[in-house]
Ligand binder design. Structure first.
Ligand SMILES: NC(=O)c1ccc[n+]([C@@H]2O[C@H](COP(=O)([O-])OP(=O)(O)OC[C@H]3O[C@@H](n4cnc5c(N)ncnc54)[C@H](O)[C@@H]3O)[C@@H](O)[C@H]2O)c1
Ligand SMILES: [Zn+2]
Length: 362
């Protein structure tokens, strides 16, 4: 088992445990950071059907008293209604401030359970057991928790760090391909932000693969660890998302616009993949990005089976981008690759974005 210690300024440290077949040890791993107590175990029905028995048995063996809450899988559950049900469940089962929430699932369960943990009785401890690649490489570090409002995604949330994270990469075997690919897009992003090990593994695996999951399988623990370390580098000096953390938005401004304009028919990672190709193409045309970079990025993304372009028009994307919460005043900050593995943040007037979209999206 590999361990990454997450140290974030001003917050408690915690360990991300990474390996295979860790679910049966969840109870003993958690007992290293929390005394036996009542545990509210939260999952969705899909993930729960695969792994609840193993995790709950392990928690009970370690002396925890477990209360199970499960809800229908998917983004449509990440709302006020499920959040309220979780809070009532915690209260009904007399979970107190010295007790614990343990969540098992993808980013939806993580965000919901994390937000409940952040707010129930003004905050209680929680443990994350991410089971999607996206949740392992992205949401397990950073402490962002949230739910969606009618007006938009992730509009209601809080920063709340878990006390422990357990990434058991064998669980990815049951994850649907499209969700696995979403996580791959974020991994490519970490490569583009300078993680050479990730790029090397990806390049060696994408040649002649029939199935990307099986090609990457021997490297999953290493990839998750490298991804988390890269994210941590950008997060640790910028817990509240004002400066360096913005690099993690590579491909995301255009990506969010694509998700929004497609009414979320195009999944997050797929949209981010197109966003990374588009910003590299536009960067080259604006003489910010070294020539050939766009071709390299596009080739890697295509080889991973992710899309590299969209049929949505630049005007429609521009209108969607205007509603992005990351826009500040009349300016927009864009992360642009200078070359493969190195990016910079540049500010543009918001109406320049229309031209950038026209240059990049094809
Ligand atoms: N907090 C953060 O920092 C952060 C970062 C990135 C994304 N997010 C959020 O994460 C969400 C997306 O995450 P996601 O892609 O994991 O979505 P998700 O949680 O909806 O999971 C995708 C689907 O895969 C299923 N699933 C998950 N793990 C599985 C497994 N091992 N085996 C079988 N099925 C499995 C789920 O039941 C679901 O149907 C979004 O709501 C996004 O806003 C949060
Ligand atoms: Zn993302």
């Amino acid at each position: 088992m590999n361990k990454v210690t997450v140290k974030i300024n001003g917050e408690e440290d915690y360990i991300v445990n990474i390996g295979s077949d860790l679910l049966k040890d969840a109870g003993s791993i958690i007992s290293e950071v929390h005394a036996p107590c009542r545990v509210a175990y939260i999952t969705d029905f899909t993930v729960g059907a695969h792994y609840t028995a193993t995790v709950v048995d392990s928690l009970k063996d370690a002396g925890f008293e477990v209360f199970i809450f499960a809800f229908p899988a998917g983004e449509s559950s990440k709302n006020m209604e499920t959040y309220e049900k979780i809070l009532e469940f915690l209260a009904d089962n007399e979970i107190t401030r010295s007790d614990l929430i343990v969540e098992l699932g993808g980013g939806v369960v993580g965000d919901l359970a994390g937000f409940a943990a952040a707010t129930y009785m003004r905050g209680i401890d929680y443990v994350q057991i991410p089971t999607s690649l996206l949740a392992m490489v992205d949401s397990s570090v950073g402490g962002k928790t949230s739910i969606d409002l009618e007006s938009g995604k992730n509009l209601c949330g809080a920063f709340h760090q878990p006390i422990s994270v357990i990434c058991s990469v064998d669980t990815l075997e049951t994850l649907e391909k499209k969700y696995f690919d979403d996580g791959v897009a974020e991994i490519i992003k970490y490569g583009m932000l300078g993680n050479e090990k990730i790029l090397k593994i990806l390049h060696s695996c994408v040649e002649n693969h029939d199935n990307l999951y099986f090609a990457l399988k021997p490297f999953l623990s290493e990839i998750v660890e490298e991804s988390i370390s890269t994210k941590l580098n950008f997060v640790k000096s910028d817990v509240y998302d004002n400066g360096k953390r913005q690099f993690l938005n590579l491909g995301h401004t255009i990506g969010h616009a694509i998700e929004h304009a497609s009414r979320y028919a195009i999944p997050h990672g797929h949209a981010v993949a197109v966003g990374m190709c588009s910003i590299a193409r536009a960067g080259e045309k604006m003489n910010i990005t070294e020539e050939g970079t766009a071709n390299n990025v596009t080739a890697l993304i295509r080889a991973c089976g992710l899309p590299t372009s969209t049929i949505i028009s630049p005007v429609d994307l521009y209108n969607s981008a205007l509603s992005d919460k990351k826009r500040r005043g009349g300016e927009i900050s864009l992360v642009i690759p200078v070359k493969f593995g190195e990016c910079e943040i540049k500010k543009f007037k918001i109406d320049e974005l229309k031209n950038i979209l026209t240059l990049g999206v094809k």
